[in-house]
Design a protein around this ligand. Structure first.
Ligand SMILES: Cc1ncc(COP(=O)(O)O)c(C=O)c1O
Length: 394
């Protein structure tokens, strides 16, 4: 009945699905507050007040039939204009409005871009660990995800990147601040990646795109700066969204932006507008687009995430769990103190801690904890982590 490839997806995701079902069971049995659920990267901080106000005002306006109709596939022109202005400031280069397509989240942006540029057999390179959806997105278009390892600080192995590039490589996909490690790439790291792909381009028929997936750009701690991308390399493209900075993940609103230096950028923008349509997104949710016209400069309070990051770091230190301090996003990716990922996740579960195994990010030997939970939950989990560590030392 099913496409055989999708059949394998079902098998692969069965363990993660089982984990979520188990989590739901634990919450039912012990009460939500007695389960420490660090498994979901689903923003729980309420959307900013301006978002609520804008939505309230929009829905209170007198209904006009065309207001809920289809809009241009690339988005409302006035929103493209405003986004382009904002992106020009961030990326320190003038981004034309036509280079911005409003999409259904960053995921929609990556897919619309992949559909526009990838052919069956092409390769997308990313660094492991990585957001597991990337592999599925590449395979949606008959392409293949290839991964390049990172060092102990989760920074890219640049020599390995060079060796991994082939004549089928079309995209180098980066994600900073990073899910699942929280690493933030410096300008120097970005430059080294660009230098490799730029030098390889001279040997290839088609240039390699640099796709920066950056829905966590706003979320960096300790004074870390997330460097601009669109001014660094002509074939650079940015995918992002308002899922995290406005806590609107379920509302599916984001964008794809193309560097002004890209030759034939208008052609690519036109293609993305078509692929956004024919993948079935048609246009990004219109109410969200109208809301963004009024709230583009708003943001959730990132000091709340910072406090949670610090609290969880303390809990992990006290339990004797090894980790690299995340400087961005809302995840820790600590070392698994056991050899087996599934076994450690089970030990944690016995203490009612829910976490995601490293193999789900292509990197066994680690586990991911998301701090999209209250500070209270983090503090309350302290003894549970200590008990879990005790269990494995006995
Ligand atoms: C690295 C990364 N990219 C993309 C996405 C998808 O984001 P969106 O909700 O904007 O589609 C996520 C969601 O968690 C993510 O972590």
């Amino acid at each position: 009945m099913l496409n055989p490839q999708v059949e394998t997806y079902l098998e692969k995701s069965s363990l993660i699905r089982k984990m979520f079902t188990e989590g739901a069971r634990l919450k039912k049995e012990y009460g939500k507050e007695n389960v420490y659920d660090f498994s979901l990267g689903n923003p729980d901080i309420p959307a900013p007040e301006e978002v609520h106000k804008a939505l309230h005002n929009l829905t209170a306006e007198s209904p006009l039939s065309y207001e809920h109709g289809y809009c241009p596939n690339a988005g409302l022109p006035e929103l493209q204009e405003k986004l382009a202005k904002k992106l020009s400031d961030i990326h320190q280069v003038k981004v034309p409005a036509q280079h911005v397509t409003v999409t259904s989240g960053a995921a929609g942006a990556v897919n619309a871009f992949f559909r526009a540029v990838l052919c069956p057999g092409d390769e997308v390179i990313t660094f492991s660990p990585y957001f597991v959806e990337y592999g599925f997105y590449a395979e949606n278009y008959g392409a293949r995800l290839k991964t390049v390892p990172t060092d102990d600080d989760f920074l890219p192995d640049i020599d390995a990147l060079e060796k991994t590039i082939t004549e089928r490589t079309r995209v180098c996909l980066i994600n900073s601040p990073h899910n699942p490690t929280g690493v933030v790439y410096s300008e120097e790291v970005l430059r080294r990646i660009v230098a490799v792909i730029e030098s390889k381009n001279s040997q290839l028929d088609k240039p390699i795109f640099l796709l920066s997936d950056e829905p966590y750009r706003f979320l960096a701690y300790d004074g870390k700066k997330v460097p601009p991308v669109l001014n660094q390399y002509p074939y650079s493209v940015v995918a992002s969204s308002f899922s995290k900075d406005l806590s609107l993940a379920g509302e599916r609103i984001g964008y794809l932006a193309i560097s002004p230096y890209l030759p034939d950028a208008e052609k690519l923008a036109g293609a993305v507008s078509i692929t956004n349509r024919i993948l079935g997104f048609v246009n990004a949710p219109l109410l969200m687009q109208r809301m963004l016209l009024k709230t583009l400069n708003s943001q959730v309070d990132i000091s709340l995430y910072k406090k949670r990051r610090d609290a969880l770091a303390e809990v992990l230190c006290q339990a004797g769990i090894e980790f690299t301090m995340p400087h961005g996003a809302f995840y820790f990716f600590p070392k698994n103190p056991l050899n087996d990922d599934s076994e450690w996740i089970e030990v944690l579960k016995r203490e009612r801690i829910l976490a995601v195994p490293g193999f789900a990010f292509g990197t066994p030997g680690y586990f991911r904890l998301s701090f999209c939970v209250s500070e209270e939950t983090i503090h309350n989990s302290r003894e549970a982590f200590q008990r879990a560590m005790k269990r494995i030392s006995n």
